[in-house]
Design a protein around this ligand. Structure first.
Ligand SMILES: Nc1ncnc2c1ncn2[C@@H]1O[C@H](COP(=O)(O)OS(=O)(=O)O)[C@@H](OP(=O)(O)O)[C@H]1O
Length: 342
């Protein structure tokens, strides 16, 4: 696989923008109406933010937003993967934004110079550099993803619910997971930044209650991780399984591993020139937080809501000893016999 060089046509940064518009919303509701009859008959329960979550093939989905059960069903019916695509899969709050930045930076390292007038990572949210798979299907097609190869997408969809064309395409997929206690606490702070959008607040006790039952969008957390872990151990050249904690501990070596896996290994010359460290710095929490101080990713979702403290083990400040023990017990039972540690 060749590395795009500086002579490849550049995508203007303006093309990376994925703003809502009325026309797209109309297309979206037409498309989604098709699935309503079906999913409203699925088992449902109240979960995150008091939303009705629907159970489909063992996982819970919300409805009527871009990350919905309708979107997932529409993707299953229509999405066409390319064998050169790269997919980044995560449970929400597990480091999605970071892995998007890293993979975008690795793949495009010869396309964008490290200057703040051209490099998208110095201008915009990593979520706009690597679109969610969901956005593609709802008509908000960013020109960037078609203009450049490989196409980069991210998704929170569980492995078994991915569109068949992804499963059969032979493309590469990176999965990143994170300590479920830090994931819960990250959800907690993020959710309460979305008051304008949802007009609800959840206490940590309320969130703990639904989270530990798996009643979150794309939950249960544990089953999501287990599925990707299993397929990664069966197909290690196609699916790379990473943890947020390992990435944090040894970012430079993990970036090299990631680059190799993706087919974009660093040359000796690049390493000697400090290219790996440059990418680590470009995608660091501090840098991305600074770039995303202002503005909204979507209506009611501020860019800065994706950058809180980026710590390993920060759950300590918000969870009680009892909550921690309950989550540890669930994790121990669910991950029994698997080499997953945080
Ligand atoms: N560059 C970088 N390095 C390390 N950590 C980072 C980085 N960018 C974001 N974060 C932290 O990731 C948490 C948000 O998770 P996600 O990006 O998965 O959220 S989302 O699913 O896209 O909504 C959230 O974690 P918490 O700080 O614990 O809430 C972010 O702070």
């Amino acid at each position: 696989m060749s590395i795009p060089d500086a002579s490849s046509p550049l995508s203007p940064v303006s093309e990376l923008s994925l703003e809502d518009n009325e026309h797209e919303n109309a297309n979206l509701s037409l498309l989604f109406d098709r699935y309503k009859d079906k999913f409203t008959r699925f088992p449902n329960e109240k979960g995150w933010m008091g939303q009705n979550l629907y159970m489909y093939q063992g996982f819970w989905y919300s409805s009527e937003n871009a990350f919905s059960i309708e979107t997932m069903m529409a993707l299953q019916d229509t999405f066409q993967a390319h064998s050169t695509d790269i997919y980044l899969a995560t449970q929400p709050k597990s480091g999605t934004t970071w892995i998007k930045a890293l993979v975008f930076a690795i793949v495009n390292r010869n396309r964008y110079k490290n200057d703040s007038s051209t490099n998208p990572l110095l201008i915009t949210n990593p979520h706009k550099c690597v679109p969610f798979l969901e956005i593609e299907i709802v008509g908000k097609t960013p020109t960037y993803v078609h203009a450049n190869t490989p196409r980069l997408f991210s998704t929170h969809i569980p492995y078994t619910a991915l569109p068949q064309s992804i499963l059969g395409s032979g493309c590469r997929l990176v999965y990143m997971c994170r300590n479920p206690k830090d994931v819960l606490v990250s959800w907690f702070h993020f959710s309460n930044k979305l008051n304008d959008k949802y007009h609800v607040q959840m206490t940590i006790d309320e969130l703990f209650e639904v989270y530990s039952k798996g009643l979150m969008p794309y939950g249960p957390y544990w089953d999501h991780v287990k599925e990707y872990h299993k397929v990664s151990s069966e197909h290690p050249t196609r699916i790379l399984f990473l943890t947020y904690e390992d990435m944090r501990k040894d970012t430079a070596n993990k970036v090299k591993r990631l680059a190799e896996f993706l087919g974009y290994p660093f040359t000796e010359e690049e390493e000697a020139k400090g290219k790996v460290e440059e990418i680590v710095k470009l995608c660091s929490f501090e840098n991305l937080k600074e770039v995303n101080k202002h503005g909204d990713f979507r209506k009611g979702v501020p860019n800065n809501s994706f950058f809180r403290e980026g710590k390993v083990g920060g759950w300590n400040n918000d969870l009680t000893t009892e909550m921690s023990q309950i989550l540890d017990d669930i994790t121990k039972a669910k991950f029994h016999g698997l080499d997953i540690s945080f």
